[in-house]
Ligand binder design. Structure first.
Ligand code: 6PG
Length: 242
């Protein structure tokens, strides 16, 4: 893997603007399907809103964009804790993306069944049961990081960290609020990306960010090793301990 790139913005608004523009540029540079995995949490909300507003809304090639999620909380779609709901309200409801291109993580079944259903959907989209490093699953995989160093729903010390033969796995007991079961992409699926972009803002992430950038493997975010590029889009407050 190449050295990660660190891109520092002045504040969360500047960070969202920069990443939104970067996503649109990457999408326009390619042809054919553009697979974007969205992260949950609150940090990307502003980014999603910018993608759904002019001038970027018109520039994004929505008909060939496919949306996935890196993780989901097992709650109804209309719950305030739903990652799908956040992205839908901030972006999906306002853009001309074909509904069949929105690959939400299923929530109706049990967490284990939801993970299996999602893995099946990912494999159907990819067209193979095996990930080929020369043909990444995602064009961009957006990730966040919690203050404990978790990413997606890969929490420190949990069994999901070791799922090497699965693309999506259930997380019955997440280590942080909201304490609901979740479904998360495994490392092999997270890493199958032309670019992984972490979005990290705020001083409460500063101590973990320093440890992750130091390569401390106990923090799940430090173990993300994409087949493509790794970019840390951060704001100054998040970098204050580095
Ligand atoms: C989730 C996430 C999670 C999130 C981080 C950062 O569903 O909770 O996908 O990994 O990205 O916890 O969240 P914030 O942006 O809210 O700090």
């Amino acid at each position: 893997m190449a050295e990660p790139r660190i891109d520092i913005s002045a504040d969360p608004d500047a960070l969202a603007g920069k990443v939104a523009q970067w996503i649109v540029d990457r999408a326009r540079a390619g042809q054919g399907r553009f697979a974007l995995a969205l992260s949950g949490g609150s940090t990307p909300r502003r980014l999603y809103q910018l993608l759904a507003a002019e001038p970027l809304r018109e520039r994004m090639p929505w008909p060939r964009v496919h949306l996935f999620w890196s993780d989901e909380r097992c709650v109804p779609r209309d719950s305030a804790d739903s990652n799908y709901r956040m992205a839908h309200e901030a972006m999906i409801a306002h853009v001309p993306i074909p509904p069949e291109n929105v690959h939400a993580i299923p929530v109706a079944a049990s967490p284990a069944a939801a993970a299996q259903d999602y893995e099946r959907a990912l494999k159907a989209y990819y067209g193979s049961e095996a990930l080929d490093p020369a043909r990444p699953l995602f064009d961009i995989n957006l990730l966040g990081m919690g203050p404990d160093g978790h990413t997606a729903s890969l929490f420190p010390g949990k069994p999901a960290l070791d799922a090497r033969d699965r693309w999506a796995v259930e997380v019955p007991e997440p280590g942080l609020n909201p304490f609901v079961p979740r479904v998360t992409l495994s490392y092999p699926a997270l890493d199958s990306a032309r670019a992984v972009a972490f979005l990290v803002a705020g001083a409460d992430k500063a101590a973990s960010l320093r440890r992750v950038l130091d390569g401390e493997q106990a923090l799940p975010a430090a173990r993300v090793a994409p087949v493509g590029e790794l970019i840390w889009f951060v704001d100054r407050a998040a970098m204050s301990a580095v």
